[in-house]
Design a protein around this ligand. Sequence first.
Ligand SMILES: [Zn+2]
Length: 323
Amino acid sequence: MSKVTKVLFLLFLLLSPYLLNADGHIFVYHRFDDNRYPTTNISTKELRKEFNYLKTHHYKVVPLIEIVNKINAKEEVPSNWVAFSIDDGFKSFYTNGLAVFKEYNYPFTLFIAVKYTDKKYKDYVSWKQLKTIAKYGSVEFHSYGHGHYGQMNNEKIKADIDKGLALMKKHLNYKPSLFVYPYGEYDNRVAKVLDSYNFQAVFNQNIGAMNGSCTDVNDIDRSALVGSNAHDFKLYLRFQELCGVHFKQPSVYPKNKTIKTVEVTLDDKNITSADIFISNNGWTKVKVKNGKILWHANKHIKLDRIKIGVKVKSKIKLMVLSK
Ligand SMILES: [Zn+2]
């Protein structure tokens, strides 16, 4: 190796953590410093740790809409871009979380379940507090009643959306342009109902990343930083989106709660090995033949919401099946 090549190679190694961390990332929080609900909570101490990490590693925290614009334009989402979303509109964001976002000058998008605010539920932000919050970030839509859309018929889903939109118009005076599925639950039928509302983007709650060339703007991944998952922050930042994944089986929530076979096809026919994720079962290494994964999993799952995922090195894609 010549001296110049050696120097270049060393420089590459030095920079590689930045160069290899491709794809932008969106994270979701729920409650802040609220120890009553550990599985949906993050402490502001942990939050500061994450924000400090982003600062020292030169990440750029952008408003969520900037990532949406990139995806809509089919442009690359810069690898150092991160956006934050906060779901449900818990009061603890207003009382504990907001100050930290302000301190770091980080933008955020708060997705509210309108009913909780409108009916003045004790644990949720008021319309007045939302106006204060809107000075520092954006307030968007997470349904009216936070119901399980997968279990509601089309008319009920539409009535729920219409009611929420009307109340946001009445109290905040605008039509939100971004939507998050309650519980991150959706299927093709639910997605079709959402289509008719022309939101600029619709978000799920699956771990993943944004790749301008293949991310579906109506099915954008967000990684939750709550409970013990908050510690996986750095791992999530390393994930890239696995493009060209087609989940074939199971296609609906299994009635007997048993996942017999997982069938997935991949557009990239050169992949020979992958890892498959099933909720509560972690990752299992599987063989890929000519772009096809056929794994006889035989896993019994007790959850009402099952995530299935594929990982090839650091590239990842998950989906959800709900009861
Ligand atoms: Zn929610």
